[in-house]
Design a protein around this ligand. Structure first.
Ligand code: HEC
Length: 154
């Protein structure tokens, strides 16, 4: 009995280690600020907030898509969007109070830890965020830019 328990503890410990996020600042930031709407695993809440592991990983693969991700966390987004065949129309808050490194890390947590995006794709950088911070837009413009990014997807 005792050894079975020991084995179980060892297995759980291994599972936890395997799940350790690569972007730990981003993981903490996500759990504290984003999971309430997008859920801890990023799968979203039907009717409230979309999954961030569906389209965001596709966006990470083009220059305009990477701008889109930075704009979404800096300025928020509102207006109807469709993600994974479900419609959402609620307000994503803006998170410009976080510094560039934290916002890059939270996006990289979504892309690489939660969505398991191929490591060959370059992570978002502090410069990616800084460039969009210098170019303020509102949440409606972020949604319009999203539509253009979606239209340009292969
Ligand atoms: C109050 C709920 C709420 C919180 C908190 C929230 N979001 Fe969102 N998020 C939304 C909603 C709603 C949308 C879709 C907005 C729309 O319909 O235009 C969204 C959209 C997004 C998208 C775009 C997905 C796509 O397919 O374009 C990303 C990326 C995202 N959120 C990341 C985050 C991150 C990272 C955080 C934390 C720093 C966060 N969200 C916090 C509600 C939230």
């Amino acid at each position: 009995m005792k050894s079975v328990l020991g084995l179980a503890v060892a297995l759980v410990a291994t599972a936890v280690m395997a799940d350790e996020p690569r972007y730990s600042v981003g993981a903490d930031t996500f759990q504290a600020n984003c999971a309430v709407c997008h859920r801890a695993n990023g799968a979203g809440n039907p009717g409230l907030a979309p999954p961030v592991i569906a389209d965001a990983p596709k966006f990470a693969q083009s220059a305009e898509g990477r701008r889109q991700l930075a704009m979404t966390v800096l300025y928020g987004m509102y207006g109807e969007i469709t993600v994974a065949e479900r419609r959402y129309n609620f307000k994503m808050p803006e998170f410009s109070r976080f510094d560039d490194a934290t916002l890059a890390d939270v996006l990289n947590h979504v892309l690489f830890d939660l969505a398991h995006l191929d490591a060959a794709v370059a992570p978002l950088t502090v410069e990616d965020i800084a460039r969009e911070r210098a170019n303020a837009v509102d949440g409606a413009a972020v949604r319009a830019h999203r539509a253009a990014v979606i239209a340009a997807l292969p």
